[in-house]
Write a protein that binds this ligand. Structure first.
Ligand code: PLP
Length: 382
């Protein structure tokens, strides 16, 4: 594999932060105890796990008892959706049409188990429609799920408002904040969400660990059965090193968030202005929505999306087409389709996602090479 020189796919996975690596090392090289053991090795592991829980809780304004460590963001979403659907059998599940597959697929699984599925539509900028939320809330729902920020377009959703309306209607509200944590404030002491999902590797922690915030009093059925760890909601011996790395990454991201995001937003704006000026017909998707500073999703009409990605890769520039999890699929993304972007524009779309390592020089390089590549893959597609 050729070395990738310019990584603009932070939303797919971010490099491990040094703080996370440092926090994990002592558990990988030693300190192997099981947190459930009562001897000193176990107590040491338990203390480290509870320390990680308390630190992650502090970052989001929760109390430690409200944090359930899970295996990845996907499992946190599954636990929220299916765990609620199984708690209230037969009650409908309402999720936005632009959710990540982790939510959408578990909503479909809940549907197969008898929970009617309500898909909440979005507007042309990829923001969920509040009238649809209100209409859904007229029924007694098992759960409402609207993500904090969309992974493909970066569009921020009005979660504070939706959470408040769900609270008023007596409905449990879940938000997938996998892409939001570390980039925008995610505070459960300010937003009355009941369930919020996180994943460590999107903010510089290790892959394979996530967390679900479960507000005190929110009732959920577990999806796994075993030794009763994580208050029975996620049994299985805990990943102590992963939890330590997750907490360290979340703290590190939060400590520099405001300054870093201002810097990255400026880079993102320069990227978009430059591309618009240089590539005829290029459209920035969700441009009218409040967005994560780190994500830019552009459509290049007439271009073959795969050829675009491969040509960029050959120039050492790593980006995604639509959602990384859907790479390999040729049909346009369900997110852009839900925004009613025509297939001719939704198909040839590219997602740039920036992060703490992104530099001015990297954006200059993209602006240098992208227009010619776009031109070439357009003509070969014609
Ligand atoms: N939710 C969103 C919005 C995501 O972007 C992702 C990852 O792409 C996930 C959930 C799944 O997280 P994980 O990769 O930790 O399973």
């Amino acid at each position: 594999m050729t070395e990738t020189a310019i990584y603009l796919d932070y939303a797919a996975s971010a490099p491990l932060r040094p703080e996370a690596r440092e926090a994990m090392l002592s558990f990988l090289d030693g300190r192997w105890g099981n947190p459930s053991s009562i001897h000193r090795f176990g107590r040491e592991a338990r203390a480290a796990l509870e320390d990680a829980r308390a630190r992650l809780a502090r970052v989001i304004g929760a109390s430690p008892a409200e944090i359930v460590f899970t295996r990845a963001g996907t499992e946190a979403d599954d636990l929220a959706i299916l765990g609620r659907a199984r708690m209230v059998p037969g009650a409908p599940v309402a999720v936005s049409a632009i959710e990540h597959k982790a939510v959408l697929a578990s909503a479909h699984a809940a549907e197969a188990e008898g929970a009617p599925l309500v898909l909440l539509p979005v507007d042309g900028d990829g923001v969920v429609r509040m009238d649809a939320v209100d209409a859904a809330l007229e029924r007694k729902l098992a759960v409402v799920s609207v993500m904090w920020a969309n992974n493909e377009t970066g569009a921020l959703q009005p979660v504070a408002e939706i959470a408040a309306r769900c609270r008023a209607a007596g409905a449990v509200f879940h938000s997938d904040a996998v892409q939001a944590l570390g980039k925008v404030p995610v505070r459960v002491d300010e937003v009355p969400a009941d369930l919020v999902a996180f994943s460590a590797h999107k903010l510089g922690g290790p892959k394979g660990i996530g967390a679900l915030f479960v507000r005190r009093g929110t009732q959920l059925r577990p999806l796994l059965f075993g030794g009763g760890q994580e208050r029975g909601l996620r049994p299985g011996t805990e990943d102590v090193a992963g939890a330590a790395g997750f907490a360290a990454a979340a703290e590190a991201a939060e400590a520099v968030r405001e300054a870093e995001m201002a810097r990255i937003a400026a880079l993102r704006d320069r990227l978009e202005e430059g591309l618009r000026a240089r590539v005829p017909g290029l459209a920035v998707n969700a441009a009218g929505a409040p967005r994560l500073p780190t994500v830019s999703n552009v459509s290049v009409p007439g271009a073959d999306p795969e050829a675009l990605l491969v040509s960029l890769d050959l120039q050492g520039i790593a980006v995604s087409s639509g959602s990384a999890c859907a790479s390999g699929a040729v049909e346009p993304s369900h997110v852009l389709t839900a925004m009613e972007i025509p297939a001719a524009l939704a198909g040839p779309s590219v997602r740039f996602s920036l992060g703490w390592g992104t530099t001015d020089a990297e954006i200059d390089r993209v602006l240098d090479v992208f227009p010619a590549i776009a031109e070439r893959v357009r003509s070969t597609n014609g």
